[in-house]
Design a protein around this ligand. Structure first.
Ligand code: SF4
Length: 188
């Protein structure tokens, strides 16, 4: 148990700093190993996530878990998953720039406490927010970008993989590279 993260989570669960706080069922703070050094970041919760209060729990979340587990990455052991926006936008609309800004402090706080070695953005929107606004998921997925002591990378969103199963081998390969980099960093 990561005490600082628990304190931050308890504060976040009470947040009403933007309109999304009125319509949500649950705040989706994050899930996985609180002390993990690999943090996955998605965009915003969907309907299943809102109901269960956990990120990536629907069909696409199950696929993400399955692909991660095939390369030795798991929420039970070595990864943590969070979103840039913690409450579900109604009708799955995109979060507004105001909502994104209002919520940014929670993820920042999580990352300051957890100090990950590797951040894996899940999908284009999260990658454009975290890595850079010109990030191209089709051209740059699986590439690593150094940010201080941290490495940033991005993989296709599992919902995109469900729509086009041909993206699955490349996504598994990208996740394998994450695992290999993690092993290399932690071996030294
Ligand atoms: S989306 Fe973020 S800022 Fe808005 S109410 Fe939820 S936790 Fe607070």
């Amino acid at each position: 148990m990561n005490e600082k993260l628990s304190v931050l989570k308890n504060e976040c669960l009470k947040c009403k700093a933007c309109e999304l706080g009125k319509s949500r069922t649950n705040v989706v703070f994050g899930d996985g190993n609180d002390n993990a050094k690999i943090v996955f970041i998605g965009e915003a919760p969907g309907a299943n996530e809102d109901l269960q209060g956990k990120p990536f729990v629907g069909r696409s979340g199950k696929l993400l878990d399955e692909m991660c587990e095939s390369v030795g990455l798991s929420r039970n052991t070595n990864i943590y998953i969070a979103n840039t926006v913690k409450c579900r936008p109604p009708e799955n609309r995109d979060p507004s720039p105001y909502e994104q800004r209002a919520c940014a402090g929670w993820l920042k706080g999580q990352l300051e406490i957890m100090r990950p070695l590797i951040i894996v953005c899940v999908g284009r929107i999260a990658a454009q927010e975290v890595i850079g606004k010109d990030f191209s998921i089709s051209r740059q997925h699986g590439e690593f970008f150094r940010h201080g002591k941290m490495y940033l990378t991005a993989v296709y969103h599992p919902a995109a993989v469900l729509r086009n199963i041909n993206l699955k081998p490349a996504t598994v390969e990208d996740l394998k590279k994450v695992r290999e980099l993690y092993d290399k960093i932690t071996a030294g």
